[in-house]
Design a protein around this ligand. Structure first.
Ligand SMILES: NC(=O)c1ccc[n+]([C@@H]2O[C@H](COP(=O)([O-])OP(=O)(O)OC[C@H]3O[C@@H](n4cnc5c(N)ncnc54)[C@H](O)[C@@H]3O)[C@@H](O)[C@H]2O)c1
Length: 345
């Protein structure tokens, strides 16, 4: 296996941060950046001491690039990732993996057929506390999980939807899809990671405060296979912005998480039984320190891809895992469109 991974990054909005990381990560080397906008491409190239390539196909033709990171608008993610895989490169895309599971499936199949690494870049997957929460839930700290609720109450101005390139992509169905697919997907990924597979969803959505094609408020009611129920609210209309909160409730305790921080972890210890059996339950503070995170957790996607390609280690969120949040928001949207609950296969 190679002892160095040579990266090319396409799309230099958020991608600029990952290009910066590729320059600083041991075992990684940034070879080129790609963007059709000269002001972004030329600036990044001169600041990072690499080449700027305007044409994506020209970057894919380069033999000195092993891995491509995709940071184009959301509806283009799998098109760009698939093309990278077809050119024989390992590839990752920023969130969401794409806007439809059909495109995710084709991309996963290509990576499988070629034996290439495919990953989806969710920052939350590199936060050790999020791993501890997953371990605590899996380890039974909350007892039987009953309710998982996610409330993402963000504010985005009308002007926000005009930013980015191609101009206005954040406001269009084909390239962004809405608050659940674009912003909410970070937290949908966490909810499904922590609580497991989803059996069915019912949805409602609308466009309330912006002149955009996509929704700015979506709600999903979720049945988890493990028997729990979930409520997902995502919006960019909340004023003032209230951030994001996830609460996981079980019959022996609750975890509450807000903006990447644990804000409450309480329950019962020992043989105290569970809710319904208690006369006067006493909740005690529980500690996440009892649930270790992986010791070798990479700090970000560049380190994760570098390790996967040089050592064969699994990535934090591979294509199949990244597809799950797409399947969930797509099912919410289908339910909204068709006015009926939608089952996930
Ligand atoms: N925290 C996160 O993980 C995070 C944060 C922000 C954005 N994102 C994701 O990153 C993606 C891009 O968002 P952004 O805010 O950077 O948008 P942006 O519009 O600022 O950047 C997109 C870039 O892609 C370039 N581009 C578009 N088409 C291209 C093409 N054919 N060839 C080469 N370059 C092309 C554009 O010129 C632009 O510079 C979105 O999917 C978004 O969801 C993730």
């Amino acid at each position: 296996m190679a002892d160095e991974v040579r990266f090319g990054i396409v799309g230099l909005g958020m991608g600029r941060d990952r290009a910066n990381k590729a320059v600083k990560t041991p075992g990684a080397r940034l070879v080129a950046v790609c963007d059709i906008l000269e002001e972004r491409g030329a600036k990044a190239a001169s600041e990072l001491g690499v080449e700027w390539i305007a044409e994506y196909d020209a970057m894919l033709a380069r033999e000195d690039i092993d891995c491509v990171g995709v940071f184009t608008p959301s509806g283009m993610h799998c098109d760009f990732t698939l093309r990278a895989l077809q050119a024989g490169k390992h590839a990752f895309t920023t969130k969401p993996m794409d806007l439809t599971v059909t495109k995710c499936d084709a991309t996963i199949a290509e990576a499988d057929a070629r034996g290439l690494v495919l990953a989806v870049d969710f920052e939350s997957r590199y936060n050790p506390n999020n791993h501890r929460i997953q371990a605590a839930i899996e380890g039974g700290a909350l007892g039987r999980v009953i309710l998982g609720d996610l409330r993402m109450k963000w504010f985005r101005s009308q002007a926000y939807y005009a930013t980015g390139w191609p101009e206005g992509w954040r406001s269009r169905l084909a390239t962004e899809r809405g608050s659940m697919a674009n912003q909410g997907v970070h937290y949908i990924d966490l909810l499904q990671w922590w609580l497991g597979p989803i059996r069915a969803v019912s949805g409602a959505f609308g466009t309330y405060a912006h002149k955009i094609e996509s929704e700015d408020l979506a709600v999903g009611i979720v049945d988890f296979e493990r028997g729990a129920t979930g409520v997902i609210v995502t919006t960019t209309t909340a004023f003032p912005d209230q951030g994001t909160r996830l609460e996981i409730g079980g019959d022996r305790g609750t975890i509450a998480w807000q903006n990447q921080d644990l804000v409450l972890f309480k329950g019962v210890q020992g043989d105290a039984g569970s809710a319904g059996e208690w006369e006067s339950p006493e909740a005690v503070d529980l500690s996440l320190d009892d649930y270790p995170a992986p010791e070798d957790l990479p700090p970000h996607i560049i380190a994760d891809m570098t390790r996967a390609i040089t050592q064969g280690a699994p990535v934090q969120c591979d294509g199949r895992e990244g597809r799950k949040s797409v399947a969930l928001f797509q099912a919410v949207y289908t339910s909204c469109d068709q006015g009926r609950p939608v089952e996930l296969p």
